[in-house]
Design a binder for this molecule. Structure first.
Ligand code: NDP
Length: 313
């Protein structure tokens, strides 16, 4: 019988996880990492989010590590993360659906300039600023067509947008034009009215979005960042917004988080900031996903979202 030790979100969240696993996977034994009687065995699985510095030595003994986040850059960047232990990223249908809903909301907000409506409402101003432009006229480009990106892209195509995506290796995604590799990037950007970032944070992708990078987009394009804050050089983004290179940005992820009080992004008239909320499945759905992945590992199968520590995602 498999045993899961949970450190994710600290000792106070354990009761919530315990209840979720009791419903989603009653056969799985779950223990709190923080209980004095818990001693990790080589047959144990561990569920983590941001482990404390003194957890890493013990994590090296686990059978596999499962992360409550789809992005595991923070783990792989830790000097003591045990890369020999299998690491499974968060996935599942609800995670992908939540992301698709968020990006659809953000894209339609940019299409209709909803940020200006919010400012007008705040100032009690009734200024007519309707925009006669539909989703069918807008080309959306999704950077990163993995578990989340592919789902988001097909969802946006169903909504009616013209959708393309950019990734490293060739793939086919229904109703999505796929651009592959560095050499295809200029053409991908030149035909993108709203750019969505859903890349993982790796040495190759951190700092990718600069002013010069954004200059490749048609003037007045929109930008949605749901990947990681580190993908973007923030001063360059503000410059692109201030000079009209971009018409607006919706940022769910920033660096650092939380966004500092003095950041120009808070009050920027072209920026919508949300507190990294785009996609976090319910505890029950996460427990269901984790139990399925453990079942696969127990049977010697490879879970779809097993991280490759060499590529960083
Ligand atoms: P995946 O690993 O499934 O997909 C990553 C995609 O990015 C793949 O298509 C991959 O291409 C592509 N990619 C990676 N490196 C490059 C590169 N250098 N050039 C071009 N394409 C590249 O990740 P997920 O879809 O599960 O998650 C994506 C990210 O979303 C996470 O890493 C995390 O940062 C973020 N996230 C944000 C959340 C939020 O609430 N804001 C919630 C969850 C995740 P290929 O397939 O060809 O290898």
């Amino acid at each position: 019988m498999a045993r899961l030790i949970i450190s994710a979100d600290g000792p106070e969240k354990f009761a919530v996880w315990k209840e979720a696993f009791a419903k989603a996977a009653p056969d799985l034994t779950v223990c709190s990492w923080y209980a004095p009687e818990t001693h990790l065995l080589p047959s144990d699985y561990v569920l983590v989010w941001k482990p404390e510095a003194d957890h890493y030595a013990a994590l090296a003994q686990a059978k596999a590590i499962l992360c409550t986040g789809a992005g595991v850059d923070h783990l792989l960047q830790h000097p003591h993360f045990p890369v020999h232990v299998p690491l499974v990223r968060m996935g599942g249908e609800q995670t992908a659906h939540l992301m698709a809903d968020y990006v659809t909301w953000a894209a339609i907000g940019l299409l209709r300039d909803a940020r200006t409506w919010a400012i007008q409402q705040n100032q009690h101003q009734w200024v007519y600023n309707g925009i006669a432009r539909t989703s069918a006229e807008i080309r959306i480009g999704v950077m990163g067509l993995g578990h989340l990106g592919a789902h988001v892209a097909t969802h946006l195509a169903r909504v009616g947008f013209q959708v393309a995506g950019w990734k490293r290796s060739a793939a086919s995604v229904p109703n999505v034009q796929v651009y592959v590799g560095q050499e295809a990037l200029p053409e991908f950007l030149a035909t993108t009215d709203i750019l969505v970032n859903l890349l993982p944070s790796t040495p190759q992708t951190r700092g990718l979005v600069t002013y010069d990078f954004l200059k490749n987009l048609p003037r007045g394009a929109g930008f949605i960042n749901v990947g990681r804050g580190e993908h973007v050089v923030q001063a360059d983004l503000v410059q692109a917004l201030d000079t009209g290179l971009l018409c607006g940005a919706v940022l769910d992820v920033v660096t650092p988080e939380p966004l500092p009080e003095q950041s120009p992004l808070w009050g920027h008239p072209r920026v919508t900031v949300t507190p990294h909320v785009a996609s976090e499945a319910s505890a029950y759905k996460q427990a269901e996903y984790v139990a399925q992945a453990i079942g696969q590992l127990e049977r010697g199968e490879t879970p779809a979202l097993l991280c490759n520590p060499h590529t960083g995602y």
